[in-house]
Ligand binder design. Structure first.
Ligand code: URA
Length: 464
């Protein structure tokens, strides 16, 4: 007999183990609304406190992946490459997706990238792209297939029929302090990725002050959990644990980030001359650091998708696609096919904020940055109107930060910590102080070692 919701909740509350049938029943109850919000919330809290064992985590992920449509690309005409994607656990100024999708497409992959919206201090790829006038993140099947055929990549939101159990469960977790459960994060991310019918996935698990899991042990546990469950479900995966202890690139804020990603695609800095090495990105700052991480993720996908034999060769192929303008061309095609500007390189139509204010510490105009509270910078963007405190809040795409320094960089009267972009002066003044206070600094004469960019890689045992 199927157990009742109360029996399933009681099992986990008391530290018991769910059977496969119980997990299927609860996922069904979440999807068809036969479980009340209060019951879903109680179960989520029991999971947060008691945890799931590996079998339960697999069972939950699988059931959630099959709670809606599972995409099958084999029936779609004209897609000639492996179906690849990357996913980040979220951060501040993380615009890697905007670069990786066209880059992989230019190298022969097909990238139906299902992205999310920002919440709290983290930004969302869909919100960023919507700062391009007309850009549509919800496409019909026909339009999605056309975009993938013509551009090789599309960046879209999960439709209502893709892992619908996750949609409801996530909304309930968000308001019941149960987002932080490693088990539930694993099931949430991978259910959508499994339903998307991918052939390979690179996970970018962020660590540091701006990450959802700031401490390395938790980030590592999440990376291992993602790799373990994806591997068990037959999805090739690699997880990179990467630095979010500083803004990635120089900008945070929607239109500013799109502009930065476009600049890097169009005119890549000297990173394009670097050969691959495991810690080659550590000493880089700003756009070069962002680009290095983007090329690395693209290279991993090309190897996993069977398009390149090894990482150094894949790295070269990705750089070539970048330097030749092929990736930039894919980006422009994707934008036009998704309803954005017809020629994004001629006129992207990105709005600018009317008020710009340079920010220094209160009592000095020279020094060297030793640490950054990236979360505080993300919250500052949110307070400028460039983020969401609650789902559904309206975003001002113009506001945010540019010219943001990284750890180890010096500020001076000519070079501030960051430049704030605000809707008006009052707003700029109210946020400038919290931006300045997010930076810890020392005398300029002191040396500060750079932060490692790729902290650790987690691969399935067979591929290690
Ligand atoms: N991203 C998701 O999709 N789900 C989570 O639970 C956390 C991050």
């Amino acid at each position: 007999m199927t157990p009742t919701p109360a029996e399933i909740i009681r099992t986990k509350r008391d530290g018991g183990v769910h059977s496969e049938a119980e997990l299927r029943s609860l996922v069904q109850g979440i999807s068809d609304q036969s479980w009340a919000d209060s019951q879903v919330a109680a179960w989520a809290m029991a999971v947060l406190l008691r945890g799931l064992n590996p079998q339960e985590r697999h069972g939950l992920t699988r059931a959630m992946a099959h709670s809606g449509r599972v995409l099958d690309w084999s029936a779609v005409r004209g897609l000639h490459g492996p179906i690849l994607d990357k996913h980040s656990t979220g951060g501040v100024g993380d615009k890697v997706s905007l670069i990786v999708a066209p880059l992989v497409a230019a190298c022969g992959g097909v990238v139906p990238m299902i992205s999310g919206r920002g919440l709290g201090h983290t930004g969302g790829t869909l919100d960023k792209l919507e700062s391009l006038p007309g850009f549509q993140v919800h496409l019909s099947d026909a339009a999605l297939h056309e975009t993938l055929r013509e551009a090789g990549c599309a960046i879209i939101g999960a439709g209502p029929d893709l892992a619908p159990a996750d949609r409801r469960l996530y909304a309930i977790r968000d308001v019941t302090a149960t987002v932080e459960s490693l088990d539930l994060i694993t099931a949430s991310i991978l259910s959508k990725k499994l339903a998307a019918g991918l052939q390979a996935l690179v996970m970018d698990v962020k660590v540091g002050s701006g990450a959802v899991m700031p401490e390395l042990p938790r980030a590592l546990a999440l990376a291992r959990s993602l790799v373990e469950v994806a591997t068990a479900e037959g999805l090739p995966i690699r997880a990179l644990i990467t630095d979010m202890g500083q803004v990635l690139g120089r900008t945070a804020g929607h239109a500013l980030e799109v502009r930065e990603a476009m600049q890097l695609l169009n005119d890549p800095p000297l990173v394009s001359e670097l050969a691959y090495s495991p810690h080659g990105g550590d000493a880089l700052q700003g756009g070069a650091r962002l680009l290095w991480l983007s090329v690395l993720q693209a290279a991993h996908l090309l190897v996993m998708g069977g398009l390149q034999p090894d990482l150094p060769t894949a790295w070269e192929a990705a750089l070539k696609a970048l330097n030749s303008g092929a990736a930039a061309e894919r980006f422009a095609r994707m934008v036009a096919l998704q309803g954005g500007p017809a020629d994004v390189w001629r006129d992207a139509g990105l709005a600018s904020a009317p008020c710009m204010v340079a920010v220094w510490p209160a009592n000095t105009k020279s020094g060297r940055v030793i640490a950054i509270d990236s979360r505080a910078l993300g919250m500052a963007v949110l307070r400028l109107g460039g983020g969401r405190a609650r789902p559904g809040d309206v975003i001002d795409p113009r506001v945010g930060l540019s010219d943001v320094l990284g750890v180890g960089e010096a500020f001076s009267p000519e070079r501030p910590l960051a430049v704030l972009h605000a809707a008006d002066e009052a707003q700029a003044t109210s946020v400038a102080r919290e931006v300045a206070e997010a930076f810890e600094w020392v005398e300029e004469t002191q040396t500060v070692p750079p932060r490692a960019l790729v902290v650790q890689e987690v691969t399935p045992p067979a591929a290690a």
